[in-house]
Design a binder for this molecule. Sequence first.
Ligand SMILES: *Cc1c(COP(=O)(O)O)cnc(C)c1O
Length: 374
Amino acid sequence: MKEQRRVRLVDLQAQYRSIKPEIDRAVLDVLESGQFVLGPEVRQFEEEFAAYCRTRHAVGVNSGTSALHLACLAAGIGPGDEVITTAFTFVATIAAILYTGARPVLVDVEPATLTIDPSLIEAKMTPRTRAIVPVHLFGHPAAVDDITAIASRHGVMVIEDAAQAHGAEYRGRRAGSMGQLACFSFYPGKNLGAYGEGGAVTTNDEELARRIRMLRDWGCEQKYRHDLKGFNYRLDAIQGAILRVKLRHLDAWTEARRRLARAYRELLAPSGIELPIERDECRHVYHIYAVRSAERSALAAALTADRIETGIHYPIPVHQQPAYADLGYHRGDFPVAERAAETILSLPMYAELSPADQERVARSIQRGARNPVA
Ligand SMILES: *Cc1c(COP(=O)(O)O)cnc(C)c1O
């Protein structure tokens, strides 16, 4: 039998091919300009991205991790403070809190969305709590209204980790505009991805934006006068120019992801595996299309045998990561996150995924689900 073509989990080359002339032009213009770090391309991207998120300010930085670090610092978080966040996220969320000297306090997730469970937050509040960091995991917004109600009752900030949620919405509000501060990543595989590293902080607060602008560039507003102990977290101009081009396509790509999610819902309904949900008040942007199955390894093996790539986001919850053992958590502390880590499987999801390839994924899953010991 003829070897089938591989179906990729994400295909960044397909996206590049679809916008190559625009991207190449934008990169060459930066090379001609001689302005390689910050500068007009970054400034214009910041304006356009703020408008996209419906916030007053966006500050470009060199990664999503840097965005989280600076958002925490600008919020005044430091040693002795506690920051409440989710046990089921990429480790950067926790790492950035630790960079400030504060302690991450973890909370289990809601079974339906795998975002932080608001009903468990209040019990974790102490006089040292300074902020709540919800993660809009896989592109589905966390339960923002419940979270902000708790935060304002206790006088603490909400800092969104929107690294996976460009364009996601909750009751008509955009990810990035719902907390005092929000953090985005433009890592290549994210829904809005640079061709290298990048990130941004969004906020409506002029003073927080000013502090983040200073902190990303050595604490300066004036050259060689360092008012704050800052960092080299600047966004480079080539990434700024690339992100400007890609931002113009983001809504079309998001609509394609949403169409694919609807098609998966129909194609996979008979398989009996658990599919991701979209709450009525939310717009899911499907950064990751994660199904759940007690027979995950058999399912993944069936897909691999059919030359279809899959992923696991994430196989180990943060509280069970060896590097963060010193946080003092143990197996059993966050049962919903732990169960998710054992059952979750990411399927191919990107705007250029063809209907034929998507049907191949669905057929493979039907076979895998029917023969769980295969
Ligand atoms: C990608 C990601 C980050 C980190 O972003 P980088 O740009 O890789 O530093 C943080 N949080 C979440 C939830 C992410 O998915």
